[in-house]
Design a protein around this ligand. Structure first.
Ligand code: PMP
Length: 447
């Protein structure tokens, strides 16, 4: 039977039963989902919206092949991970085939858990305790990962920065410590020089840590910082950081929770973007891998995994359960069958052309940054000072929903970056629709 309860009734119930601190999109008029299909979400009245927010539903909301694989496994077995299942090993094998240089996978249920496990792996292996993270980084909501997240501990969280966490400057050439002029933002030589300055900053943190007789177990970073401002580090930055971190005896942990599985185009992983041979010691992954079914993982090398946990080892009731693994296997199958890496790449190239045109027309677009189907539009009050325009970003996302049926989110440390990260089935018509609507809305708001 059809659920006839009104949105008001559900919102009231939500207010009564769900903690007031639970975040919600469009808090003044929350979006209630009645159903979802591929790149579209439908509200409680059945109105259709183009979804540029849901990077988790990677190959499309309720993709029939993923739904079928999950349902089939759900009706077959959901057993505890201490039993043997073919899904677990098949899934690990397929993930590792995309990660040359790594040979072992440990499964968990969320990105936060994966990063927490990565920290423990690094500590157990290196026998060091400390971690280096990047300004504005977000690595998860559990207590240890909150402690690794300036995005939280610098913004009013009750969790504060512990003495074992050291914050390195964000390798952001637009708004970071070592900035480039607008005309140099695509200049390879200048980018390389800025990247070197940023990796030297990490080296000096390591020197300070050593001088205090402490040790860094892990350098944590997203290969492309997402919540923290849609930042693509310059070429060679990670290679240089890796050499400093490894000389010190630490490990490189790359958080691919947002950026993996073809989000950034032709490459399966964002750390492979530059094809420079950089291989992390640990890669964490989550969000897109289950297309909405909760699953995450840590990929690493055997000697690191073997150092974990002493006598007690590792056990996680749901991490790697056969249903989760069936979801991942089917997501990877769809990515391959539907050629989604190439699609994400070519849509990214189209989107870039359209966004650069939009930037020429609108002074309020200070910068656009992205690759594949992962873009940020940095809104500014002034192109010279690059002062973030949070108000305009919020007004824009509200107007896009109302006037054009497009769902977009604003993010970054100043909440001024419009993020485009739709399911990978997003197509050329969707690009046109989104960019045209953005053009209209920005024209109207800046009038
Ligand atoms: N790492 C990154 C980069 C993330 O963006 C997130 C979630 N936004 C997490 C970790 C945490 O993942 P989860 O919410 O699945 O715990």
């Amino acid at each position: 039977t059809k659920d006839v309860r009104s949105k008001e009734e559900i919102l009231k119930k939500r207010k009564d039963t769900i903690g007031s601190k639970c975040q919600i999109f469009y808090s003044d008029d929350p979006f209630m989902v009645s159903r979802a299909s591929m790149q579209y979400l439908y509200d409680e009245k059945g109105n259709k919206f183009l979804d540029c927010i849901s990077n988790v539903q990677h190959v499309g909301h309720c993709h029939p092949k993923v739904v079928e694989a999950i349902s089939k496994q759900l009706a077959t077995s959901t057993c505890n991970v201490r039993f043997v299942s073919t899904q677990l090993t098949d899934c690990a094998e397929q993930i590792l085939a995309t990660l040359p240089g790594l040979d072992t996978v440990l499964f968990c249920n969320s990105g936060s858990e994966a990063n927490d496990l990565a920290l423990r792996l690094a500590r157990d292996y290196t026998k060091h305790k400390d971690a280096i993270v990047i300004e504005h980084a977000y690595h998860g909501h559990v207590t240890t990962t909150m402690e690794l997240s300036p995005y939280k501990f610098d913004h009013g969280s009750t969790v504060s920065q512990p003495d074992w966490v050291h914050v390195a400057p964000c390798p952001d050439v637009y708004r970071g410590k070592h900035r480039l002029e607008d005309e140099d933002l695509q200049n390879e030589e200048k980018l390389y020089a800025a990247g070197k300055q940023y990796s030297d900053d990490v080296k000096s943190i390591l020197d300070t840590v050593e001088s205090k007789n402490r040790g860094v177990a892990a350098y944590f970073a997203e290969a492309l910082q997402s919540c923290g401002g849609q930042v693509i580090p310059p070429k060679d930055y990670f290679k240089d950081v890796a050499s400093h971190v490894r000389n010190h005896g630490g490990l490189m942990v790359i958080d691919e929770v947002q950026t993996g599985f073809g989000r950034i185009g032709r490459k399966y992983w964002a750390h492979q973007l530059y094809d420079d041979g950089f291989v992390p010691d640990i890669v964490t992954m989550g969000k897109p891998m289950g297309n909405g079914f909760p699953v995450s993982a840590v990929a690493t090398r055997k000697e690191i995994a073997d150092a974990l946990g002493g006598e007690v080892g590792y056990f996680n009731t749901y991490g790697g359960n056969p249903v989760a693994c069936a979801a991942v296997i089917s997501v990877m199958k769809v990515v391959k069958e539907e050629n989604l890496l190439e699609h994400s790449q070519s849509m990214g190239e189209k989107l870039e052309v359209a966004l650069r045109d939009l930037q020429k027309k609108h002074e309020c677009i200070g910068d656009i940054r992205g690759v594949g189907l992962f873009w940020g539009i940095d809104l500014v009050k002034d192109r010279v000072t690059r002062e973030p325009d949070q108000k305009l970003a919020i007004q824009t996302i509200l107007a896009l929903r109302k006037s054009s049926g497009i769902l977009l989110n604003a993010d970054g440390p100043n909440t001024n970056i419009l993020k485009i990260k739709p399911p990978l089935c997003f197509n050329s018509d969707n690009i046109l629709e989104t960019v045209t609507a953005l053009d209209e809305v920005l024209t109207l708001l800046k009038r």
